[in-house]
Design a protein around this ligand. Sequence first.
Ligand SMILES: [Zn+2]
Length: 49
Amino acid sequence: MLLMKCPKCKIYTLNKKCPVCKMKTISAHPLKFSLEKEKKYGKYRRMAK
Ligand SMILES: [Zn+2]
C-alpha cells in the first residue's frame, strides 16, 4: 500500500489525487528524505535572507 500526500493541503491519502483540492498527490514514503529536504530548504531560506 502506498501512502500519498497532498503537497498543497498537507493531508495524507491513499488516492493519487487529493480528495480536497484534486491536486496530484506525491508519495509520502521517503519521510526521512522529505524531512531532510525541508531542513535544507529552511537553511537555504535563512541564508538567502
Ligand atoms: Zn489537496
